[in-house]
Design a protein around this ligand. Sequence first.
Ligand SMILES: [Zn+2]
Ligand SMILES: [Zn+2]
Length: 338
Amino acid sequence: MEFGPMKALVYLGPRRMELQEARDPDPEAGEVVLETAAAAICGSDLHGFREASPRRVPPLVMGHEAVGRIVAVGAGVDPARLGERAVLRPILACGACEPCRLGRTNLCARGRLVGRDLAGAFAERLAVPASAAVPISAVVPDELATLTEPLANAVHVTARSVGAGDDVLVIGAGPIGTLMVRMALEHGAGRAFVADPVAGRRELARAQGAIPLESEDPATELLERTGGRGADVVIDAAGLEPTWALGLRAVRPGGRIEAVGLGAPAGRIDFFTVVGKEVTVTGSFAWTEPDFARALELVEQGAIDTAGWFTRLPLADGQRAFEELVDTTGRFKVVLVP
Ligand SMILES: [Zn+2]
Ligand SMILES: [Zn+2]
């Protein structure tokens, strides 16, 4: 048992992160210690950084999109796993509650998330249940490996909502929206339109096969391009009053809106349109284990072209990295490296 200190990026409150010495984790029975090779900053981490959140209580080590190597195993874990390269599968579900029994582990009544309910990957090492460390091929670059978890979100949404030939509108071309574009096309969408005010982001979405809506009024442009019909499926990766309105204008009668983004907790929604168009509005949270497995398969196949996506920064620059992501749109996906 060693209790040497390690470095961890600790969230101390709104807009405050600090690199601190922390106790080196010791694996409990059934756990492994993962030595972090890279951990990406997620929009939900940014949300926690930007404002006080009841779900991310300081002091907290965030980080749930991570890849590393198993450097210690607890009692009951196969010692052959020592040295194994693994991605973090960060939702820890109980396996016994009603949603879990139905396979909807993302809705587990007692579900915990690494980097929110226990210490995460913005640290040199972390202890997690052995099942949360999933083997990944050595040939996948670290940055791409960290994309497995956000990609699983896109698999989750598109696998159930997008059908062959569908016109899809993705609102918001951040990393999640851009992955939604890629996965909508993977699941047979005829066209994937994208709306985002930032031109550089529309271009990254175009590189995934999207048709960017360039006008000031993307709903009208979408209606024109679909002969007045509208989109079969709208995926809202932003989640703000104006994007809810955009989605409702753009969706076809009888169409579907997948709400993914958490931009605002509440606001005005035009329910006359929900009723009048018979729109199905579905919330989407995270992913299930088959979604994660499919995302890992795609990552290992090199199916996602991520040119221009990643910025690698040392963990010690965490505060600056978070500030830049919150205050500017210059960076797309930042990966912190201990
Ligand atoms: Zn995430
Ligand atoms: Zn459960």
